[in-house]
Design a protein around this ligand. Structure first.
Ligand code: KG4
Ligand code: ZN
Length: 348
């Protein structure tokens, strides 16, 4: 069966066709993404009105390209899956309405997918070993930081969330403070990697001292806004900070990663999970992957570790089509005339 996924929750217009073979493995036939990063760069963030206009221009060409690359026609599709939220309402509505109208015109079932659920389902795309439940998912993106307990496919419970900024937002805001560009995650990560390489893989002790927010607190929630303020104070009292960018990026990234990893391991022990999964844009971070893997081996060696393929970490539509497949299997369709986007939708 073929499923078309459409994603437009923020600043990427994306469409993808996946093929689910008889063995139930999820093969991505096309994964088309039209990114607006270049347009939003100068504002250091996404401007909703501008994003919406770009989605309007891009959505149909992107859908056409996804079908062409997959070598299929609309009639071959089993269903259309689309992100219904969370996200920017003006962005969501473009992909959402397009999917609804196409599903209606092509007489195909419509499946609505939660964006975070999509990120999680990126872990089920080939090449993948079977994931053993219960699984704990650290979802880390520009808008979300959650620990999600998954007891089965489509069964989610949010056990922790951020009380303020998301991890990706912390990267983006830190980069903005140091005037490094947007999106901040890959830029800060790049400098941090350079710093590690320059020091042969072991960073020397630094006088840049940043907190690990809520790491020792009894609950599992996150908070990153204080870390951002701590960075601001460090920069203010250091006249030489512009000459120490790689070191600042390394120390700032470590504060984020140690917090994420510490909380995840704590939750894995508490809920006795069999697998730890990463998802969302920040899961593209190679140090997060490496340090989480080391922490699992060291502290919960019985737990398996799963990360999505790089292509499915930041926003894409293959992950939406993948989540769509699991809902298709349970016949969880949304009638064409009942579809609506919801920017604060929950999924547990
Ligand atoms: O999942 P995503 O594409 O969009 C949202 O759903 O928010 O995530 C985007 C976020 C941005 O904050 C970006 O800075 C961050 O993911 N990001 C990274 C890396 N690549 C993207 N953060 C750290 N390291 C990376 N390599
Ligand atoms: Zn996302």
């Amino acid at each position: 069966m073929y499923i078309l996924g459409i994603e437009s929750s923020c600043d990427e217009t994306a469409a993808s066709v996946i093929l689910v073979a008889k063995d139930k493995k999820l093969n991505v036939l096309s994964n088309v993404i039209s990114s607006q990063i270049e347009i939003h760069k100068k504002y250091y963030g996404v401007v909703p009105e501008v994003a919406a206009r770009e989605h309007v221009l891009n959505v149909i060409p992107v859908v056409n390209e996804a079908l062409e690359k997959a070598g299929i026609k609309p009639a071959d599709l089993s269903a259309l899956a689309v992100t219904a939220g969370p996200g920017l309402v003006t962005s969501l509505i473009i992909g959402g309405e397009t999917a609804r109208v196409l599903a209606c015109a092509w007489k195909k079932p419509l499946i609505t997918v939660n964006h975070i659920e999509g990120h999680i389902c990126a872990n089920f795309i080939l090449p993948k070993e079977k994931i053993h439940f219960p699984a704990l998912v650290l979802t880390v993106s520009g808008g979300h930081t959650n620990l999600v307990l998954m007891t089965d496919y489509l069964k989610y419970e949010i056990i922790a969330e951020t009380l303020d900024d998301a991890a990706g937002e912390a990267y983006d805001k830190g980069a903005k403070m140091m005037d490094l560009g947007y999106p901040g995650g890959p830029i800060v990560a790049g400098y941090a990697n350079d710093y590690l390489k320059a020091n042969n893989g072991t960073a020397p002790k630094s006088d840049i001292v940043l907190p690990r927010p809520m790491l020792t607190s009894p609950n599992l929630n996150f908070s990153f806004s204080g870390l951002k303020t701590a960075l601001l104070y460090q920069l203010k009292k250091d006249k030489n900070w512009k000459k120490r960018i790689p070191e600042y990026c390394y120390e700032y990234q470590q504060a984020i990663l140690e917090t994420l990893i510490g909380k995840t391991i704590k939750a894995a022990k508490k809920y006795k999970v069999k697998t730890i999964m990463l998802s969302g844009g920040v899961s593209a971070n190679s140090e997060l992957r490496r340090q989480m893997n080391d922490a699992i081996i060291d502290r919960v060696p019985e737990v398996a570790f799963s990360v999505p393929a790089m292509a499915y970490t930041t926003d894409n539509a293959a992950m939406i089509a993948a989540a769509g497949y699991f809902k298709y299997a349970k016949k969880q369709f949304t009638p064409w005339d009942e579809f609506k986007v919801d920017c604060n939708i929950s999924f547990d």
